[in-house]
Design a protein around this ligand. Structure first.
Ligand code: RAT
Ligand code: ZN
Length: 402
């Protein structure tokens, strides 16, 4: 039996051993050569850290990006780790990674850190990082309209169960006029053949789209007509659609990937989708803090809605705590608490370590309150509940024949 004295230890034990399914990342397997990112220079030039670095420096984003990868990394290191304490969430992430992989950074000497990454054994490295982060498999973000990525799919070398595909269709929706020409189709109704081709090649677990805060459904925009086509297709294929809503792209274009921002979106549009398309399954994450409560309430109304993750600017300890608490209070265990959004392999370590630290605390408070209310809790109950959060909800949802 679990009581106040051993509760923390029991939760720790389960969280330590659970094999996580990371349902949204931007990672690729080693066989995707230049797309497979790992090591300190890519870690330091993560766009989250670039945004923070250029704030401190008398350098324009353009001048920053004109530097080589190594020079950019050196500047980030000096600015955030030598001249200041790495206090932000993404900067602390680097510290967590270096500690976990066992690199000595006491001297703050980047060349010594680089020396560690130069020596790694590539054969076993992905397994090592997955083991440290306790990952079973990650879901990639696969863009069929990215020619560089597609060259790897076309040569059909992909057989790596640690990396599962998802079909990301942002470009199709956001850049329709150009894509239409590229695909040589006259009308949006003709995209079905392309969807089929991509689906058969990539075999995605789900189809994903991100939308700006002004996303509305229904409306008379072409974007909605394309979404309807995609929903029909997803229903036929019985795969969920992941909607990632609230990313305001390029508010500062000169910052490139680091120039995107956030805006509050519209919950009625999600209600309309879930109600009007009961045969579709929607995985939804919203980027603004302001949308989190209404999103939770909406999930109570629609079982074809699975909410997931504390996305991007919400992936900070204070917001994970607030959001996870609220989700448990309103939805029990019927949500997916987190995804990593990792772009560089080793980020899996810090993203999950930091998130689990907070989720552990929240679960502890909730279980303790439950025990105090008179409930008898067993270790297997904790294991079952946590498995549901970190694995089962996702697999049940994607494989359900709803
Ligand atoms: O978190 C990020 O790295 C963002 O740049 C985006 O990639 C976002 O997660 C997305 O999937 O659009
Ligand atoms: Zn992402």
């Amino acid at each position: 039996m679990v009581d106040k004295r051993n509760l923390e230890e029991k939760i720790n034990k389960v969280l330590e051993k659970i094999k996580i399914i990371d349902i949204h990342t931007h990672l690729f397997p080693p066989s995707f050569k230049d797309l497979f990112l790992y090591g300190i220079d890519y870690l330091l030039t993560y766009h989250y850290l670039i945004a923070e670095t250029v704030r401190y420096l008398p350098i324009s984003p353009d001048d920053f990006y004109n530097l080589s990868l190594k020079e950019q990394a050196e500047l980030v290191w000096k600015t955030l780790f030598v001249d200041r304490s790495p206090i932000s969430e993404s900067a602390r992430g680097i510290v967590t990674i270096l500690t976990e992989v066992g690199v000595d950074f006491e001297k703050k000497d980047l060349s010594l850190i680089r020396a560690y990454f130069d020596k790694i054994d590539m054969e076993s490295y992905v397994d090592l990082i997955f083991e440290k982060a306790k990952i079973d498999y990650v879901v990639m973000t696969n863009d069929p309209l990215d020619e560089n990525e597609m060259k790897y799919w076309k040569c059909n070398i992909f057989k790596d169960k640690r990396f599962r595909p998802s079909l990301r269709l942002d470009r199709l929706i956001n850049d329709w006029e150009n894509i239409r020409e590229y695909l040589k189709v006259k009308d949006y109704k003709e995209i079905k053949d392309h969807l089929d081709k991509w689906f058969l090649m990539i075999e995605p677990l789900y189809i994903a789209l991100s939308f700006p805060p002004d996303f509305r459904y229904p409306d008379d925009m072409l974007r909605s007509r394309l979404l309807e086509e995609i929903m029909l297709y997803a229903e036929e294929r019985k795969v969920p659609i992941a909607l990632m809503i609230g990313a305001k792209r390029s508010v500062n274009p000169s910052l490139r990937l680091a120039g995107d921002s956030v805006g509050k979106s519209n919950i009625e549009s999600i209600e309309n989708l879930c109600r009007s398309f009961p045969n579709n399954k929607f995985m939804v994450t919203m980027l603004s803090r302001e949308n989190q409560h209404e999103l939770c309430v909406t999930a109570r109304k629609f079982k074809n809605l699975m909410i997931f993750g504390c996305w991007w600017f919400l992936n900070t300890p204070s917001l994970i705590e607030e959001i996870t608490k609220m989700r448990l209070e309103l939805l029990g265990f019927s949500f997916i608490p987190q995804h990593s959004d990792a772009r560089v392999l080793e980020q899996l370590i810090y993203k999950w370590k930091h998130s689990k630290e907070i989720i552990k605390k929240v679960l502890y408070d909730k279980y303790l309150a439950l025990i105090r209310s008179g409930w008898t809790l067993k270790e297997e109950d904790i294991e079952r509940d946590i498995t549901q959060l970190f694995r089962k909800n996702f697999e049940d949802f994607i494989f359900s024949k709803q």
